[in-house]
Design a protein around this ligand. Sequence first.
Ligand SMILES: [Zn+2]
Length: 411
Amino acid sequence: MIWKYRIGWVYTISGLPIEDATLLVEDGQIIAIEESSIWPDAIDLREWAVMPALINAHTHLEFSNLKYPLGTQGMSFPQWITEVIRYRQGIGDGIATEKVQAIQSGLRESARHGVGVVGEIATLPLTESAYQNPSVHVVSLLEVLGLDPARVTERLAQAEEHAIYPWSLTNVTPGLSPHAPYTVRMDVVEHCVALSAAQQLPLAMHLAETLEELELLEDGTGPFRTMLDGMGLFSEEDFPGGKRVMGYLKQLAQAYRAMVVHGNYLHETEVAFLAEHAETMSVCYCPRTHAYFHHDRHPIEDLLAQGVSVVLGTDSRASNPDLNLWKEVQLVQREFPDIPDEQLLGMVTKDAAFALGVEDRFGTIEPGRSAKVAAFPIPAGCPDVLTAMLAGQPRLWNLAEGLSEVDLATA
Ligand SMILES: [Zn+2]
């Protein structure tokens, strides 16, 4: 069956917005965008604006049961990591069940806020049913840790298994996430990059997130050194000093797609390198998490000015009160008013789809793409639709299934 929707404003992202267009949808996909005058039987949505379903490029859904972020605002990042480890230990044996519930809750929360795709950092053990949700596509990036020489072989085998895992769910695609410089050896990063290139998998790595991370790389000292010493995981061989984030970027540039998560403290030569490799690399800024740790101002404006692709993420509920991606967009709009509104929309749609390797299905409204859209009620005669969208809150619609009264309720 073909569904037809007459929509007030369609922000396709692939081109200019179209006023009063009819979207034709069949088998879960958009099949055409046409002038409205020829379809008198279309469902009337003239007081709505739609854009592609939002894409949250970075989150860790296993923390979605948290009511409040862990620790306190402004605390040091290494201290916060200790809180995360304590939280996981606190769950203890119930971790598998708790995790499934948390991931499910996180997916429902994402959908409530117009998010149709998440870049999810997955940890083992992983239960496939956790991702069962018809509304949200999950790019499941397996977190790979690897400093402990005794466990590196096992971790790499798990990464390989994840890369080729035969999911029975159609809303999941795999990827990899060598965690961060203070938890993975460079040879583990290299191995993940090689897998990414061979299997065409997206890859994400926490990088240039804190000054403490840079200190560990540059001098082999600081709070991360203390933390690793305490866990018996520090070795002079891994952290001899004299290293920079650039070393990791050069590795990541060999991947199919590589997303630098955070990039809060990138050096100007690193920004230039990312710009040179914009065809495969991007930076994910997590605005409210960034604010939680009281980091220095994020270099987003400089990154964009140099041509780096920047996408947005909520990160997890361990450092953010919720998973509402549109609030991240609104924060960027407030803090960086010079960034054009249209560019903000691209960061949470087209650019994020590319970063996560799902651009053939998501991120734009055009024939062949998913019929999931983010929808905003717009009053008749609204003088500036984009401003109204940015001030509002989206909901997620799946146009492949028709719309319910709940979907259409504006109160
Ligand atoms: Zn993260």
